[in-house]
Design a protein around this ligand. Sequence first.
Ligand code: AG3
Length: 295
Amino acid sequence: VGGELRFSEFFSHGAGLTTSLDALLHCEHSGIQHICVVQSPVFGRMLLLDGMVMLTEWDEFIYHEMLVHPALFLLPFPRKVLVIGGGDGGTVREVLRHPSIEHVDLVEIDPRVIAVAQSYFPTVAAGFSDPRVHLHHADGAEFVRSAPSGFYDAVFVDSTDPTGIAESLFGEAFYSECQRVLHATGVLALQSESPLHPVYCQTLPRVHRLLRPLFRHVASYLASIPTYPTGMWSFTLASRHYHPLEDFSPTDAQQRIERLSGKLRYYTAELHRAAFALPGFVQELISEGLAQPAP
Ligand code: AG3
């Protein structure tokens, strides 16, 4: 329609997400990637990196709560956390809700993402001013290589898709460094793309193949994130010590949820268990991937 602003992200052959836009608020090339902020009538402000939706004001709570809380409620007393990527601050915001947290390292390769999030998404980037948070402008894969062994209780990988700058964050060497920097009872949680995506559905089985030799327990769970490609999103949790369901106490989690700072909108103690129940095709995707020889 004449002059109307629109945004689309296609995951395949013209299939994907489209919205009209009220405004284009910010656009730049940071030297690493295109960073844009647009305003949509339903999704609110949207953060786009190279034309891909990283978050929207409307549904970011789902992604950030589900990346963080299944792992942190599995740990009885999480204190030290590493976040790789996540320059918008949403993951850090969720981590800081837990009163036991003492130290958070955030490693973001593109400082412009942090700056743009601070100006346009103040409620998402809220945690950056907290004294427990330490920002590092570095490549995540390089940062973990030089981090001390056994230091972190939890590591979160809040990456973009497994291509370009984020590719190393889906590799064997990176995962083995993540395991090394984690305490023996620590937990790794990462976003593992959509099991319905025509190309990136292979990320989930690949992640299992790479993590199984490193961690005793590896399990994935799902959440619906309507503004991400296909709307169905997977996360994967790995630990040498804790089983994501057998070692999870819903009554303990419920008591801790009541003591969190702020109110959760998606994650509940019941949902923790429910999210790990995988549809048949996702179970098959993972087990077929495990049957294949390592790439
Ligand atoms: N991490 C990006 C998820 C991948 C979305 N992919 C896409 N739109 N093609 C989100 C960062 C939020 N902290």
